[in-house]
Design a protein around this ligand. Structure first.
Ligand SMILES: *[C@@H]1O[C@H](CO)[C@@H](O)[C@H](O)[C@H]1NC(C)=O
Ligand SMILES: *[C@@H]1O[C@H](CO)[C@@H](O)[C@H](O)[C@H]1NC(C)=O
Ligand SMILES: *[C@@H]1O[C@H](CO)[C@@H](O)[C@H](O)[C@H]1NC(C)=O
Ligand SMILES: *[C@@H]1O[C@H](CO)[C@@H](O)[C@H](O)[C@H]1NC(C)=O
Ligand SMILES: *[C@@H]1O[C@H](CO)[C@@H](O)[C@H](O)[C@H]1NC(C)=O
Ligand SMILES: *[C@@H]1O[C@H](CO)[C@@H](O)[C@H](O)[C@H]1NC(C)=O
Ligand SMILES: *[C@@H]1O[C@H](CO)[C@@H](O)[C@H](O)[C@H]1NC(C)=O
Ligand SMILES: *[C@@H]1O[C@H](CO)[C@@H](O)[C@H](O)[C@H]1NC(C)=O
Length: 694
């Protein structure tokens, strides 16, 4: 027998037994309307569902054809047009699309692709090729029993569906600044949205728009579905294409492909190098060597010259010996002699006068010094880094003043960055997110340790005499959602454990759940992976149902919880970040004083924790007051150095200028020693004030 015939026969037999539907070119699966879907309630528009019709597509004419051209222009083929939808269906489709189209309307090619999917499902004359009805129910319309469709499968080529999704995924809603698909992907939001989730949400009759359930099946190239089903694949407009000459392509804001290509920056020419060495160093060395050589050369030559001269002198002693003649004395020699004489006599008189009235001179000098130092009363020393390093007239300072006056002071930041370099990373097979790499610091025991540490810091307390009670974090913290009367859980503390609302129980929670027929355990890692993608969510998509919001009510963006990651691979982050934000009270208020004291306690505790040998973290930390502390510390260190060096200089001057005849021999040596010592100390002081370590 002919093998093709055998195959066809088998196919027909199989179909007669298992599939009553004909999937064939030019055949419909459903046609016309069969009333409301009884399983759908609370829909925005009446959920009208179609009737089963597994016959040939119908030719269109007149008003019907006109409507098709209006609603589904991509299916319009002039007079020869056939379709699987009635005029009423076209009207219903039009109403339904009118509700979804506006959010995508900024990008015409996306709208076109979106409409295309629904037109193909409803009207394509080859409908039966990609639609497979899976659920129906019997209705009686005008005394006739009809079968209405309540669920069908739509087979789409994966490439077709992905390209349709890609054309829409960057379209924005200007009112919120967010993405349009975030409203079309249900709980997944825009970050976790993908083609399948986008279509699933649209095909879910619970979304308020879809009249029936559509089970979208995405089929890869070269994959056979069987039963004569052929996945749909039609023309898709890329978002940088204009769908018609009157339409413009989508803007760069809504479509990445439309953005102008920015030429990559010219790479840096790199540091100046000569061979393998630093160029500047080489040039300096050459100059230095040149100068040294010429200096030494000069010394040698001049010595040689002098030697020769003295030899000559010896030889011609008698010839050379002669008087200095008057005409050899030049004008400049005379002038310098006169100046020296004049200054000499002036200073001699000055010295004599001072020496003969010692008491008066000292008194007058003292008064002059005191009067001139009177300005010290107005001196204001500051250690506030803001005032220290920005000029009061600078733009930044003015903007800060404006911000402080119109909004509020920017909060004080106390931060700890924790790493665990000895912990090895690992891979985690997430039921929901697939295989993910986790860094070593993201392990449960370390996160529990972080939680414990954070709890200890949150519990810091100290007694204040001024207030007359114990002060804790809530008295000084930045509490954005309850600024007037905050409790401890209103304080802005950002860390990874806030994804679990600082609850050990939430962190330890585990549950078995089933996704796409696969059952597995989900735990804190799945919740974490969800939250880094949707930090604004109040409920994750795992069966744990945990919120991602911090206990003080604000979202914790992933860059506030972890650090040291590439791209957006937050799960591979090397560090955990723990941030306590305190209110920025006005300086010279009690609140400011208390905040400083809280920060001191914070630093004490952190230092104690760092010294603890059982600590599993390596970390760095800072408090808002740290910078000021450091300035104070270095200033205090510098003061004695300056005092000593000035004292040494004065002693040196006094000794060097005085003439102590009895100590003359001692003096010569002490002059040199003291002088050198003074220079050394002054040098050290200058260097250390410039920030060098001596
Ligand atoms: C239906 O299928 C046939 C054969 O594959 C094709 O020529 C025709 O264009 C299709 N019709 C539509 C509207 O896609
Ligand atoms: C099409 O739907 C029928 C039920 O109506 C089902 O038995 C069949 O498996 C479906 N075809 C495919 C390919 O899933
Ligand atoms: C609907 O009625 C037909 C007979 O008209 C019957 O074969 C079919 O099983 C019924 N379907 C349902 C869902 O009750
Ligand atoms: C799928 O097929 C289309 C055309 O037949 C081709 O352009 C595309 O590259 C294929 N995709 C894959 C993933 O093979
Ligand atoms: C759209 O972008 C693709 C690449 O993203 C490019 O190949 C294509 O030429 C662009 N089309 C138009 C009409 O600009
Ligand atoms: C995880 O790490 C392995 C090996 O370093 C790498 O091959 C793989 O691509 C990573 N997986 C992900 C999801 O980043
Ligand atoms: C999940 O199922 C596995 C195997 O069926 C079981 O070992 C585990 O204890 C279950 N976990 C929870 C949280 O129920
Ligand atoms: C450090 O880790 C070890 C082993 O996991 C644990 O026993 C210890 O308590 C941890 N240290 C602290 C300070 O929690």
């Amino acid at each position: 027998m002919n093998p093709i015939f055998v195959y066809a026969l088998c196919h027909v037999v199989v179909c007669l037994v298992s599939c009553t539907q004909i999937h064939q070119e030019g055949y419909c699966t459903f046609y016309d309307e069969c009333g409301k879907n009884p399983t759908v309630s609370g829909s925005l528009i009446p959920a009208i569902i179609p009737c089963i019709y597994n016959g040939p597509a119908k030719p269109l004419a007149g008003l019907h054809l006109q409507k098709l051209q209006e609603v589904c222009p991509m299916l319009y083929k002039g007079g020869a047009t056939q379709a699987c939808c009635s005029l009423e269906q076209l009207n219903t489709l039009q109403k339904s699309l009118l509700l979804s189209k506006p959010i995508l309307s900024r990008c015409p090619s996306c709208v076109e692709n979106f409409v295309n999917i629904y037109c193909q499902n409803t009207c394509n004359p080859n409908q039966s090729l990609h639609i497979n009805i899976t659920r129906t129910y019997n209705v009686t319309i005008n005394g006739v029993i009809k079968e209405a469709v309540t669920e069908y499968q739509a087979y789409l080529s994966r490439e077709f569906a992905d390209r349709s999704f890609d054309s829409c995924k960057n379209v924005r809603i200007p009112a919120t600044g967010g993405f349009a698909i975030s409203t079309m992907c249900g709980k997944y939001g825009s970050t976790l949205c993908n083609t399948q989730r986008w279509l699933d949400f649209q095909g879910n009759s619970g979304n308020g728009l879809a009249p029936l359930d559509i089970d979208f099946r995405l089929i890869d190239n070269n994959t056979q579905v069987g039963q004569g089903i052929v996945p749909l694949s039609t023309r898709v407009w890329s978002c940088n294409e204009s769908t018609s000459p009157e339409q413009e392509a989508c803007s760069c804001l809504d479509c990445v492909a439309s953005c102008p290509i920015i030429p990559p920056p010219v790479p840096d020419s790199g540091p100046f190098k000569i061979g393998q060495l630093d160029g500047v160093l080489v040039v300096c060395l050459v100059v230095f060597c040149g100068l040294s050589v010429s200096f030494v050369g000069f010394l040698l030559v001049s010595n040689l010259y002098r030697g020769l001269k003295s030899q000559n002198k010896d030889k011609n002693d008698n010839e050379v010996k002669k008087e200095v003649h008057l005409h050899e004395v030049t004008c400049t020699d005379k002038a310098s002699l006169a100046t020296q004489d004049f200054l000499g006599s002036l200073f001699q008189k000055w010295g004599t006068m001072v020496a003969s009235h010692p008491i008066k001179v000292i008194l007058i000098s003292l008064i002059a010094v005191l009067v001139l130092s009177f300005g010290l009363v107005f001196i204001k020393l500051t250690t506030d880094p803001v005032e220290l390093w920005s000029s009061p007239n600078s733009r930044a300072m003015k903007e800060k003043a404006f911000h402080d006056a119109n909004f509020d002071h920017f909060f004080r930041t106390n931060q700890i960055i924790l790493t665990a370099p000895n912990h090895k990373g690992y891979a985690y097979n997430s039921l929901l997110f697939g295989r993910q790499n986790f860094s070593g610091v993201l392990s449960k025991d370390l996160i529990l340790e972080l939680l414990e540490f954070q709890t200890r810091l949150q519990a810091i307390q100290f007694w204040s005499d001024e207030v007359g009670r114990t002060i804790s974090l809530k008295d000084v913290c930045y509490a954005p959602l309850n600024p007037t009367n905050p409790s401890l859980t209103d304080c802005a503390v950002n860390s990874l454990v806030q994804y679990f609302q600082n609850s050990r129980e939430n962190l330890e929670a585990k549950i078995n759940m089933t996704v796409n027929g696969q059952t597995g355990e989900v735990d804190w890692r799945d919740h974490f992976l969800y939250c880094i993608n949707s930090p604004l969510s109040f409920k994750d998509i795992t069966d744990l149902g945990l919120s991602c919001m911090a206990d003080y009510g604000a979202p914790v963006f992933p860059f506030l919880a972890v650090g040291g990651y590439k791209n957006e691979d937050y799960a591979e982050a090397e560090a955990l970040i723990l941030t306590f934000s305190l209110n920025n009270f006005q300086r010279d208020t009690l609140g400011f004083e208390l905040a400083l004291r809280w920060e001191q306690k914070f630093l004490d505790l952190v230092q104690e924790y760092q010294r603890n040998p059982s600590t599993n973290f390596t970390f760095t930390y800072m408090a808002e007051r740290s910078l000021e502390d450091e300035i104070n510390r270095t200033t205090m260190e510098d003061i004695p150095i300056f005092m000593i060096s000035y004292a040494v200089i004065f002693i040196y001057i006094a000794l060097a200028l005085g003439e102590y005849s009895s100590f003359k021999s001692v003096l010569v040596n002490s002059k040199i020693v003291v002088g050198l010592g003074g220079i050394l100390v002054v040098g050290c002081a200058v260097l250390s004030s410039m920030g060098f370590k001596v």
